[in-house]
Write a protein of this length. Structure first.
Length: 164
């Protein structure tokens, strides 16, 4: 095989293995499966262009997450994209979490302002450190901490309301 064919095969293998995970990240960022698919498509196209460089570093997931976050920010800034998210579509349940709890959790997550939602997803769902989340979002570590704290408190309040 040629070098180009090897790179393309490695790219296809990566996308095949990680596409579902990356799609769920995109959904958590934007709250809509159609938008998540668009975000993922944008990210995969940009990844393909940068693949020779990114594959050498071994940080493909971090690169794609950063693209997803930034593409979502770009989309939210476009005036024709400013719309209120409707009800959440049904999604595949993660192992061990009842669908009722998952639905309530995603509704609470989607009720957060965009930056709080992004920091909560990056910190608590993906397990990134404060420093890593700050780099991905292009904000200071203190801002990550404050958005995360406010987001968690808002989610606790929303979940407490549901329990009543």
């Amino acid at each position: 095989m040629t070098r180009r064919a090897d790179r393309e095969a490695a790219y296809v293998d990566y996308v095949t293995a990680r596409q579902g995970h990356l799609r769920r990240i995109a959904y958590a960022l934007c709250g809509d499966w159609a938008k998540a698919d668009d975000l993922l498509q944008t990210a995969l196209v940009k990844l393909y262009v940068a693949w020779p460089r990114v594959a050498l570093d071994g940080k493909e997931d971090a690169y794609v997450r950063r693209i997803l976050v930034r593409a979502n920010i770009d989309e939210s800034r476009r005036p024709w994209r400013r719309e209120v998210a409707g009800e959440l579509p049904d999604a595949a349940a993660p192992a061990g979490l009842p669908s009722e709890d998952r639905t309530v959790l995603f509704e609470a997550l989607q009720s957060l302002p965009p930056m709080q939602r992004k920091t909560v997803v990056l910190r608590h769902w993906l397990g990134l450190s404060v420093a890593e989340a700050a780099v991905e979002l292009g904000i200071s570590e203190g801002t990550v901490k404050s958005h995360t704290s406010r987001g968690i408190e808002a989610m606790r309040a929303a979940l407490a309301e549901v329990e009543r």
